[in-house]
Design a protein around this ligand. Sequence first.
Ligand code: SAH
Length: 269
Amino acid sequence: MSRALEAGELVLLTDRKGRRYLLTLVEGGEFHTHAGSVAHDGLIGGPEGTQVRTTRNAELTVWRPTLRDYVLKMPRGAQVVYPKDSAAILMHADVFPGARVLESGVGSGALSLSLLRAGAVVVGYEVREDFAQQAVGNVTGFLGAKAVDRFQVEIRDCYQGIDAEGLDRIVLDLPEPWRVVPHAAASLRPGGILVAYTPSIIQAVQLREACDSGPWAFASTMEVLHRGWHIKGDAVRPEHRMVGHTGFVTAARRLADEEMNLEARLRPR
Ligand code: SAH
């Protein structure tokens, strides 16, 4: 269903060269670039995908930003998890509507946005107050104030423990995820999933070693290589440039406690 753009909405303006500008529509407002200006009133009331001309005759197209557009443009303190990795994390962590998820660290809230948009109820542990605030601001900016009802950020150190039981999922993006593994085992329900994103393979290895000595199954580590293709007439080839490295995604699934295992249950007491 097509819905007209309204004042107060966040929009993305794109030009022919692929430049992108994020702004909020305001009645009577004007958007300025070096390529001229556009009146917001000429966009309000119209559909997305509308093309307009600036005062200097440059063409701009207006869109509601996708989550990907927003994450790449929003203010950030900490480095964000890139969209290709957030997508993989959502699938590996099997995030579902209503899932109880602990996320740490929260950083700029890029990954939080993906988790919340997939319907999760997220508790975030973040050591830095300024990042926590920025994350809440970024979440509100894209998903609105209502989404913040499902996003509770606490200023605390995840290495010190997790104050929850029966969690469905734990998603980590912090420097020493192996230090969280014992806490994760205590607070995830059987069948729950732990996922950690780490820029370095050394971190992934250390995490895997920590999982080896706990109630974990299906431990796996992967990375996402995203290579775009240039397709124009007869020129069909991979893009010349690609992001060579971002990080690794490690996942593991929590087993039931030993006493719940079939073998242990059948063992004579
Ligand atoms: N995933 C985030 C980025 C996280 S950056 C995003 O997509 O935007 C890593 C974050 O972990 C930083 O904000 C850092 O302050 C936080 N952090 C580091 N150690 C931590 C700890 N022990 N407990 C909680 N947060 C921690």
